[in-house]
Ligand binder design. Structure first.
Ligand SMILES: NC(=O)c1ccc[n+]([C@@H]2O[C@H](COP(=O)([O-])OP(=O)(O)OC[C@H]3O[C@@H](n4cnc5c(N)ncnc54)[C@H](O)[C@@H]3O)[C@@H](O)[C@H]2O)c1
Length: 247
């Protein structure tokens, strides 16, 4: 690992009070980034990191465009730049077949898992373009690439994130701002509490490497996509699926 890979860089990670977002925030901060964690609920966040990693916490609801803009303005006014934006906040939504799926739940999942990614990207692009450098990392899912019966809304949103990122990356080509996705298989976070034990076990069985991906493994892939070393890849979806996705 290159120490200080993110020295003098500023990063925002959404949904970073726990789980994968916290793992990514910790990884970026451990390599020198100034990290601002956005979330709507920091109740479970540790008060002091045992390894002395410093992460700033800010209450920002990523479905609220006003709050997003205020959060970005605050970062630019205090630090003068925004180098990395990780769109991580998400929900699986209720597990049900399409014929039984409630419109209200569909809208909740699509709003957080797809529309919020658009809102955050729209807001972070201008300062990144102005400084001629930026890395946007959108956390998609294997569910956006492979059939996942029972969570079609989530699957649609994550496919949408992949398609959105491909188009946005092409718009940004030549600006110094690169945008990529990471598509993990299932990880043992609180997100999967909404899913039945049978669904979770069936998902594990579909992973050729035979286990869930760890938060640290996802953070490692995301950190590469967020780094200057990722210099010739944009609009791509990095895999963290243990062999489930083979293209
Ligand atoms: N855990 C998995 O198996 C898995 C697999 C593939 C992809 N992912 C994706 O990884 C991301 C993180 O998942 P996780 O497992 O860490 O989930 P998690 O439920 O542990 O954490 C999600 C975080 O997002 C926050 N959040 C929810 N609504 C928000 C809002 N409106 N504004 C800001 N923050 C909000 C929550 O408070 C929570 O801290 C999600 O996008 C998820 O779809 C997860």
């Amino acid at each position: 690992m290159t120490q200080g890979r993110f020295a003098n860089q500023t990063a925002i990670v959404t949904g970073a009070a726990r789980g994968i977002g916290l793992g990514i925030a910790r990884r970026l901060a451990s390599e020198g980034a100034r990290v601002i964690a956005w979330d709507i609920n920091f109740d479970q966040a540790g008060s002091k990191d045992p390894e002395g990693i410093v992460i700033e916490s800010r209450i920002v609801d990523v479905t609220d465009s006003g709050a997003i803009q205020a959060g970005i303005d605050d970062v630019i006014s205090r630090f003068g730049r925004l180098d990395i934006f990780v769109n991580n906040a998400g929900v699986t939504g209720t597990q049900a077949t399409v014929q039984d799926y409630q419109l209200e739940e569909w809208n909740r999942v699509l709003t957080l898992d797809l529309t919020a990614v658009f809102l955050c990207c729209r807001a972070c692009i201008p300062p990144m373009r102005d400084q001629g450098y930026g890395r946007i990392v959108n956390i998609a899912s294997i569910a956006g690439k492979q059939p996942t019966p029972g969570i079609a809304a989530y699957s649609a949103a994550k496919s949408g994130v992949i398609g959105f990122t491909r188009s946005m990356a092409r718009e940004l080509a030549g600006s110094g701002v690169l945008a990529n996705c990471v598509a993990p298989a299932m990880a043992a976070t609180e997100l999967i509490d909404a899913l039945s034990p049978t669904f979770v076990e069936e998902s594990r069985k579909k992973i050729p490497l035979g286990r869930f991906v760890t938060v640290e493994e996802i953070a490692s892939v995301a950190a590469f996509a967020a780094s200057p070393e990722c210099s010739f890849t944009t609009g791509f979806t990095f895999d963290a699926s243990g062999g489930r996705a083979d293209f």
